[in-house]
Design a binder for this molecule. Structure first.
Ligand code: SF4
Length: 267
């Protein structure tokens, strides 16, 4: 059943439909949703979680950068467990360098790929001191040049530490973009490009958190919990099991056990 308030108007991305092709015959990827539908999806997310928070603990831009770099192929809960003690002794590049690779390794050896990550954290601390006066740069090109920092990590830092309207596409956002046709794309970059284009500016500040939380708790990897989904009436996924949206109420009561279960199920 469709939401009667939403017009199937001009699609949100302005170029053809999902099966359209470019002159060279390659598929032209675009959202299946109209601009009105995209706006309504994010309006509902904004009512549900007015101030979404990332779940990686940090105390400043540097510790955020380190936490995100450590979180590759690891759960947020696992990273937080290790970084609480680490950031108590090393919350700046200078202190991290003074700690050294070996002692840093002792703090993070419960995190996957810790040896390589320890090397990168020390190298990026050196680079921050050498090239940026010990500060985390507010610039994508500089961030992605730091050891162990990819585009996703840089976008998270730019969004959370500096308030930029970036979209860091993780496994949840890649899945949702494709599953519901919001931003179909084979790669995180393709999904990022569509999302940045279709999401209204007013929602970009929190959009990546909303999508991650939606993917983690509702539109889950193995089987989506459509019965608890506030956009079930708008969703165009062939996998959805209901057209009836869940009640639109603020939802900030995240159970830590549910967090751990959801993370374990999605990694
Ligand atoms: S209705 Fe189901 S498939 Fe669609 S977004 Fe909601 S949880 Fe995901």
């Amino acid at each position: 059943m469709k939401n009667p308030k939403l017009k199937d108007a001009r699609p949100a991305s302005k170029a053809g439909n999902g099966s359209a092709r470019t002159k060279r015959g390659t598929p032209r990827r675009r959202s299946l949703y109209s601009a009105d539908e995209v706006r309504e999806i994010f309006r509902r997310f904004s009512v549900q979680r007015p101030e979404p928070k990332g779940e990686l603990e940090h105390v400043n831009a540097f510790t955020l950068l380190v936490a995100v770099a450590l979180s590759a192929q690891a759960t947020d809960a696992g990273v937080n467990k290790a970084t609480r003690a680490l950031f108590a002794v090393a919350d700046t590049p200078e202190k991290m360098l003074a700690l050294g690779e070996e002692r840093l390794g002792d703090y993070i050896r419960t995190i996957g790929l810790w040896r390589n990550k320890a090397k990168n954290v020390i190298a990026l601390s050196e680079a921050l001191i050498r090239d940026h006066g010990g500060e985390v740069p507010d610039n994508l090109d500089f961030l992605v040049k730091l050891p162990g920092v990819g585009r996703k990590t840089a976008n998270v830092v730019l969004n959370m530490a500096f308030g930029h309207h970036t979209m860091a596409v993780d496994t949840h956002i890649l899945r949702i973009g494709n599953r519901i046709g919001l931003a179909p794309g084979k790669t995180p970059d393709q999904v990022e490009q569509i999302l940045v284009k279709i999401i209204p500016d007013e929602f970009m500040r929190h959009a990546h958190h909303w999508l991650i939380l939606h993917g983690r708790y509702v539109c889950k990897a193995r089987k989506p919990d459509c019965w608890r989904c506030v956009i079930a009436d708008i969703c165009k996924s062939p996998e959805k099991s209901t057209d009836v949206p869940a009640p639109l109420v603020p939802h900030d009561d995240i159970d830590p056990i549910e967090v751990a279960q959801a993370e374990a199920a999605s990694t």
